[in-house]
Design a protein around this ligand. Structure first.
Ligand code: FRU
Length: 540
């Protein structure tokens, strides 16, 4: 009896355990399914809400600096710092995208993978038209990428020499690369933060010039074959902003608009130390004799008085550099930046991918009141995307005025041009708003002579306390009586080009719903808003 009872107990326990196991397995599967569905729904919402309409973003994973940009055979190439396996910074690869107009991008396979020498940090690429490198044995034109190896082991061990410069070459127009057997081509002379080589062809001297961030300076190198590099000079000690690490330089000549003069421009990204905290890019103007960059005297005086020489005063345009192998018909350079800031880049509320690029921009130089000033504007290619339009030649604004709503056109793929007459006094505020009570405000304050962007109520803001710790401001550089502006709006970004691009501000935001209304208001009783054009842009 006892035995039988025991057996019965055993078998019922077994049945119970099996039932438990099966149901809990089922439960687990159901739980997993639910979780997968949830992630899918979140991913879809993220795509719908935050995937930009007309700014480049990687399909998945992390992105930071633009790298290796060159133009060849009708294609603009854009490589980028990329970690494909996570949406946070990690082992760096070079992602790749191509475009025929710098607006619509097609992502390509990863171009450079990390290897035993290290992660692939930022750098540049050139088209070696004359085969100066000798890489080509057939008649194929080599594209040569020049980048920094960051040795993570050495970094962890606290070694100073953890960064060296290396090259890789491509015979299929930048699609795939072979790393050079003789790497590294520039050894580290015991300098921390020794990185981000930007190479350009110096037509006058018929040589390659490389600028490299080296601690708190920029080192200038020259080469005839892209393999042997000679140190020419250094620049930067005691000049410009030094409140952070110097990174991602660029160096190129620019004609001064309306004159026969050409000046050399040096870009240096700095993090932190930007005008509105965190990451930003400063510039210097001067002359180059093939060896040394000599900063323009007036420029240096003005910069020492008040450092307003930033490529972009907003908080979200970093590490931007220019395309090699192309200038515009007017001799301008073409530029793109990373639309984020190291203060919060790893936390912005997207999971599938993180970060986007700025709109591609054309850079020029003007002679301002006291010295030279950089001007930028979106590339002209963007005009081809203009579709629906609202236009008003003159609006007399008297109290808060709605300029347009999403009943007429989208405010997430939009170009707005305007002029405000006589801005000697008053504060002019544009307001983007939606039914969730999110608001993004921006505009001009004449008393302070400064522009502002306030994203404190712009939607999702609590992912980082750095995101809304201030209202960003930028000085007005122009002294003209009328103020003209161009605004580009995407789902999560605003790019502001004031006074024909003399003051530029780029900022990102994450609204809880798309913005629906654009209004303007002023403390001035009445003012004239002229030449208003609002274009909805059309993308496939
Ligand atoms: C700038 C930067 C570069 C470096 C890269 C690493 O954002 O820090 O100096 O090469 O990012 O991803």
């Amino acid at each position: 009896m006892r035995k039988k009872y025991k057996l019965q107990l055993k078998s019922s326990l077994l049945v119970f355990a099996m039932v438990f196991l099966i149901t809990s397995c089922k439960d687990n599967n159901a739980k997993k399914n639910m979780e997968n569905k949830e992630t899918e729904v979140i991913a879809n919402v993220e795509e719908e809400m935050y995937r930009p309409n007309f700014h480049f973003s990687p399909k998945k994973g992390w992105m930071n600096d633009p790298n290796g940009m060159f133009y060849y055979n009708g294609y603009y190439h854009l490589y980028f710092q990329h970690y494909p396996d996570d949406s946070k910074w990690g082992p760096m690869h070079w992602g790749h995208a191509i475009s025929t107009d710098m607006i619509s991008w097609k992502e390509q396979p990863i171009a450079l993978y990390p290897d035993e020498l290290g992660f692939i940090f930022s750098g540049s690429a050139v088209v070696d038209v004359d085969n100066t490198s000798g890489f080509s044995t057939e008649s194929k034109t080599p594209v040569v990428a020049v980048f920094t190896y960051h040795d993570m082991e050495a970094d962890k061990a606290g070694e100073i020499k953890d960064e060296t410069q290396a090259i890789a070459y491509s015979f299929d127009e930048g699609l795939t690369y072979k790393k050079y057997e003789g790497n590294p081509v520039v050894e580290n002379p015991n300098i921390p933060d020794f990185r981000d080589p930007k190479v350009n062809w110096d037509e006058e001297r018929k040589q390659w010039t490389m600028v490299l961030a080296a601690g708190q300076e920029i080192m200038f190198y020259a080469s005839k074959d892209l393999k042997k590099w000679e140190l020419l000079s250094k620049f930067g000690e005691g000049i410009g902003n030094h409140d952070g690490v110097w990174e991602c330089p660029d160096f190129f000549p620019l004609p001064v608009k309306g004159t026969d003069e050409t000046k050399w421009v040096l870009f240096v990204s700095i993090n932190p130390g930007g005008p509105n905290s965190g990451s930003a890019t400063q510039y210097f103007v001067g002359d180059f004799d093939g060896k040394t960059f000599k900063i323009d005297e007036n420029f240096q005086k003005e910069q020492a008085k008040e450092h307003s020489f930033w490529v972009d005063h907003g908080r979200d345009n970093y590490a931007g550099v220019t395309w090699s192998n192309i200038t515009t018909a007017e001799g301008g350079k073409l530029f793109i930046g990373w639309m984020s800031n190291w203060l919060y880049a790893n936390e912005v509320p997207t999971e599938k991918w993180r970060s986007t690029s700025t709109i591609a921009r054309e850079l020029g130089l003007i002679r301002g009141d006291n010295t030279y000033r950089l001007v930028s504007s979106p590339v002209k290619e963007l005009n081809a995307y203009r579709a629906k339009k609202v236009a008003e030649e003159a609006i007399s604004v008297n109290g808060k005025t709605v300029l347009t709503t999403t009943e007429t056109l989208s405010l997430s793929k939009t170009e707005i041009n305007f002029t405000i007459s006589d801005v000697a006094e008053g504060k002019y505020t544009f307001i983007l708003s939606n039914s969730k009570d999110d608001e993004l405000t921006f505009g001009y304050n004449a008393t302070e002579k400064s522009f502002f962007v306030d994203r404190n109520k712009s939607g999702k803001i609590d992912f980082s306390d750095k995101f809304t710790d201030r209202i960003s401001i930028a000085p007005r550089i122009s002294s003209s009586a009328d103020l003209n502006g161009k605004i580009l709006l995407d789902k999560t970004s605003i790019e502001l080009f004031y006074d024909d691009g003399q003051t530029v501000m780029t900022e990102i935001f994450f609204p809880n719903a798309p913005f629906e209304t654009l209004s303007i208001v002023s403390d001035k009783e009445k003012f004239m808003l002229n030449n208003l054009e609002i274009h909805e842009l059309k993308f496939n």
